[in-house]
Ligand binder design. Sequence first.
Ligand SMILES: [Zn+2]
Ligand SMILES: [Zn+2]
Length: 394
Amino acid sequence: MVKRWRWDQGRLTYFRFENIKKICEGLVELEGSNIGRDGDPFIREVLTSRTGLSFAPTTYTLWRNYARVFACALIATQLDGNLRVTDIGQRLAGVDSSEIDVDEYFSFWIPRFYLPSPAFQDYTPSDNRVFPLCAVLKYLFAQLLEHGEALIELSQVFSLIIGNNCNGCEPLEHYRALKMVERLPIGDEERQVREMLIFASQMSWLKWYSGALIIDLVRDDLQSIEDLLGFVEPLQNHRSPTQQQEILALGRVTAEIKEPFSLATREIPEDILFTEARKVRVTHLRTERSPQLRRLYFSRNPLPVCDMCTCDMRQRYPWTSNILEVHHLLPLSSAITITGAGTSIEDVVGLCPNCHRSVHVYYKQWFERNLVDDFSSKDEAKEVYQLAKEAIRL
Ligand SMILES: [Zn+2]
Ligand SMILES: [Zn+2]
């Protein structure tokens, strides 16, 4: 029986999907490196320069302090003191140009992450397993199917999921009628569970705000219940004897990684002008058309003033309440930024439909001129947005 849920706390910045990808690029470069004192300066140099993150403190080896991040994310481990990147870590780094997006990554990760995790010392291959995200998502799906919307507060994760010893393997039906049980967090458990859920909330159809994990789907997104269930069904692999071998096994990519939702409700025929069916551009639109992101953004920015042309939409079209659209300022393949408070709107602006369409055309031309598919960094993405903004003739 799993006594408590665990996660590597205090590392949310490192767990940002953006940073996970950059860390993977560095790890691939470091494949086979010595993780001890001897190899540490090289590991530190590659990872800090790739990611811009500090990997503090420097009094210990980077491996000692950050190996749990790599293991929790299933991207790397060590064998005989040498760094080993998993298959999924290589895919995230874009090796053989088969880069995967945030939703694909989590579709892979969710059925594989269990407790007691091989990321931690308490790993025992014979223990009963709990698949925390499978359990939480089954609860959310059961609610969504019944009520058309669903969220779970952190305290309910304890009283409904952990308190009832849910392990993620039960049928969806089981999650429909869970009764509240008193189950208080043990030690740092509350923080650890929160940060684990914030990590997973980077998927384009999950959000975390006001202390709750919110499912960001509408019923029409659930085209096939079979796909949905396949996605939250734990992968019952035969466990390896050591933590390290188990991380490598869990990170192995053996089949095509498939997302459970097409999110067709976030697409319109005109999209093709911008997307030309390219995956990263489709991802951008899926990300910024999230109904929950829109709700969150406009609850904090109630005035419908376009960030580019500064036009107040309600003044110009007095019969409308808010026709602004949400535009995401990070590279197209990026997830919405997460912080300790959850889903962040710091990289999001409101644009009128004309400016929004125009900025996407600007991006498309910029990509063509520079022979790239996406911006290479947050700064570059924001710079190009500024250029477009300055090029408008008002
Ligand atoms: Zn505008
Ligand atoms: Zn946009």
